[in-house]
Design a protein around this ligand. Structure first.
Ligand code: NAG
Ligand code: NAG
Ligand code: NAG
Length: 656
């Protein structure tokens, strides 16, 4: 078999002008030899540890698998490539006895996580005055675009026994202790919460076990809607593309458009209440069936792709399926990124702060900040600190009708892994209305008791997601909180008193009670107790680490949508149309029953953000994509917000 493979490679090499399709080590990004590749096949480590890169063409579209984003480092940007560490790892041990969570300065173990969490982050449920529920749904979707949930699947499904005696023997298991005087469990029997160690390059056999553990993640580290399009051409072709008119596969049911479904692999939707609930999506990334936020946004962006492709095919009847597909994908991605950068982040972090840090521009024209030296990577810190947003998650999802009358509510934990629920009783309509009418959880230091005590719903007993955030903090080996304060503020922090102005005064007392030394403080403990940054709703250090990453996305992504000197770049007219993207526009275009909405639906309805007809909101004019090659005149089709709202004929038209 191998000689044939090499012959094939040689032929390809000839066709591609001497360039050999190359195998890269996923961790260090260097090409590996044919011999090394063969050994990896024998050891079955290629899936995690090796990237296969077809020769790069500097003028091609953004690749599905993320390769060739950085032309000098072609595998960077692909699945299974490492996070960047802003600060070095901190573990206990030198590898001989493994790597364990760091110790306190005294040499003792750090304070136990669950009691630490119950002291630093009490439970409660207060509606936010500013933000809607849509914020945390969208953030969860963003997280799923760049981060894996395999560590969660691991302790829920693959190794569900971590709190049993078998779990004591399994080195991958973590038993999180619940103390006898726990405020919730003191009256019950539960004394252990099951968790597993993160998957790493070491656990998957890519690096030796005596090297410092490095977490391995699956998604491409750029914002590229990889939850829709998948991460390789094979699944995109088999589960995504319709290969007609640039569309993604779809199903129409009672006038609603859905992604394609599966009847056979519905174990992806384990909580469907059969036989009433049967819908389960079979898309390139099955994770779309998981958390409701991921599920909803996957459905909406799936529909938006088809909405865009249909509009483009009307404007340019001569475009073939490929051109329609890739153009629609590029617009869809740009729509999402524009919404994150110019609507969501400004609401959370302050528009001016973002301009000062160079995350966004105050000018609607092009931005060419690409820097080939910065690799497309997310930082381990960004990946971790986004967990702070568990604090604003409100588990109760309210449901409203299209006139804004409250109907009922359902816990999000009940409808996770349960796509079927969305498809019955008009539930998706009522939830869609709910996400922009309902307040989110308050930006305070209280966590919703459901997040802290139920966590993942019926599949685990007593899961405290926020305690797990602390446990993971230590198992990921993140440096102490004060090191990040120093990183962000450029000064030293030596004593607890130096934390005045950073930690909320009343919480500083609790911190001093719990930790003996300032260097002991865990990063997440710092975030939970910190004061917000100026002009922002986010804790200072969270703000700093998010700013860092959001600049990185701009400068490291060769296909960044605001660039004009990239392959298939938008022209200025097109970019100005993309600038009209908002999450309310998304819901107006593809959200069930949405005909009126507030202009910014990350923010609560109210003075200055009153509900208004979708027709009054800016909308993308697809005539900006008119291709003269298709001839003059053409379709008289005009795309405006008023046109096809909620009209199933729009989708029917798309079929041929
Ligand atoms: C090879 O590795 C893949 C990915 O980790 C795994 O799913 C598969 O079961 C492995 N095959 C064998 C024979 O061990
Ligand atoms: C490294 O550790 C993993 C478990 O974390 C184990 O499966 C693997 O066999 C170990 N490798 C070596 C070479 O000891
Ligand atoms: C949510 O699930 C819990 C536990 O399974 C159940 O007791 C409760 O009735 C469910 N709530 C709703 C609104 O479905």
């Amino acid at each position: 078999m191998f000689p044939k493979l090499f012959l094939f490679c040689a032929v390809l090499a000839y066709v591609f002008g001497g360039e050999i399709p190359i195998y890269y080590d996923s961790f260090d990004g260097e090409p590996i030899s044919a011999e090394e590749y063969r050994q990896r096949v024998a050891k079955n480590t290629t899936f995690w540890c090796t990237n296969v890169v077809e020769p790069c063409d500097p003028n091609e579209w953004r690749r599905i698998d993320g390769s060739c984003n950085n032309l000098k480092n072609p595998n960077r940007g692909m699945p299974h490539t490492p996070n960047l560490r802003l600060l070095p790892h901190t573990f206990d041990g030198n590898g001989e006895k493994g790597f364990e969570p760091r110790k306190a300065q005294s040499g003792e173990p750090l304070p136990s996580e669950r009691p630490l969490r119950t002291s630093l982050l009490p439970e409660g449920r207060v509606p936010d005055r500013v933000f809607t529920q849509l914020v945390s749904h969208f953030l969860v979707f963003l997280v799923s675009d760049v981060l894996s949930i395999h560590d969660t699947i691991n302790y829920v499904l693959w190794k569900p026994y971590c709190c049993t005696p078998k779990g004591k023997e399994d080195k991958d298991c973590i038993q999180v202790k619940i103390p006898d005087d726990d405020p919730v469990h003191r009256f019950g029997h539960l004394r252990c919460m099951k968790l597993t160690r993160p998957l790493t390059y070491q656990s998957e056999g890519c690096l030796k076990n005596d090297t410092v553990p490095d977490r391995i993640v699956t998604p491409t580290p750029t914002i590229d809607l990889s939850k829709l399009y998948g991460q390789n051409l094979e699944t995109l072709y088999s589960k995504g593309r319709l290969f007609k008119h640039g569309l993604l596969k779809y199903e129409l049911e009672e006038g609603r458009m859905w992604p394609p479904s599966t009847k056979t692999k519905d174990n992806l939707c384990i909580l469907n209440q059969k036989p009433v609930e049967s819908r389960c999506h079979d898309t390139p990334e099955p994770i779309s069936n998981s958390l409701p936020g991921i599920n909803l946004f996957s459905i909406w962006f799936w529909r938006l792709h088809n909405y865009i492709a249909t509009a483009l095919s009307k404007v340019n009847p001569c475009w073939d399926d490929d051109k329609l597909f890739y153009t629609a994908r590029e617009i869809n991605i740009a729509f999402m990124v524009q919404t994150i950068y110019y609507e969501l982040l400004p609401a959370l972090m302050g528009r001016n702060n973002l301009i000062v840090e160079g995350v966004i521009s105050d000018n609607p024209g092009f931005r060419n900040l690409y820097n080939e030296q910065v690799l497309p990577q997310i930082t381990a810190e960004y990946a971790f600190v986004l967990r702070w947003f568990h604090v604003i998650q409100e588990n109760e999802q309210k449901m409203y009708d299209a006139e804004g009358n409250y109907l009922r509510s359902v816990p999000l934990t009940n409808i996770t892994l349960r796509t079927g629920y969305l498809a019955i009783d008009n539930n998706i309509d009522y939830i869609t209305q709910g996400v922009f009418r309902q307040a989110g959880g308050r930006f305070d230091n209280l966590v919703d008791p459901d997040i802290a005590e139920i966590g993942l719903g019926p599949m685990t007993e007593g899961t405290d997601i926020t305690t797990f955030d602390l446990v993971k903090n230590r198992h990921f080996g993140l440096a102490p909180y004060v090191k990040y304060l120093e990183f962000c503020n450029g000064r030293h922090f030596d004593t607890f008193d130096d934390l005045a102005g950073y930690i909320k005064p009343e919480m500083l007392d609790v911190i001093k009670d719990k930790y003996k030394h300032i260097e002991d403080i865990d990063l997440m403990a710092g975030l939970w107790t910190e004061l917000p940054a100026e002009g922002s709703f986010l804790p200072k250090t969270l703000q700093c680490l998010m700013m860092d990453q959001h600049v990185r996305f701009v400068v490291s992504d060769r296909h960044w949508y605001e660039r004009n000197n990239r392959p298939h770049a938008f022209n200025l007219e097109q970019l100005l149309e993309i600038r009209k993207s908002t999450v309310s526009r998304l819901l107006c275009n593809v959200g069930d029953t949405v005909t009126e909405i507030q202009p910014n639906s990350f923010l609560r309805l109210g003075p200055g953000n009153e509900i208004t007809s979708c027709e009054n909101l800016p909308t993308i004019n697809f005539w900006a994509w008119k291709d003269p090659a298709c001839g003059g005149g053409g379709s008289t089709y005009w795309y405006s917000s008023g046109d096809n709202e909620g009209n199933p004929h729009f989708w029917a038209e798309a079929t041929d």
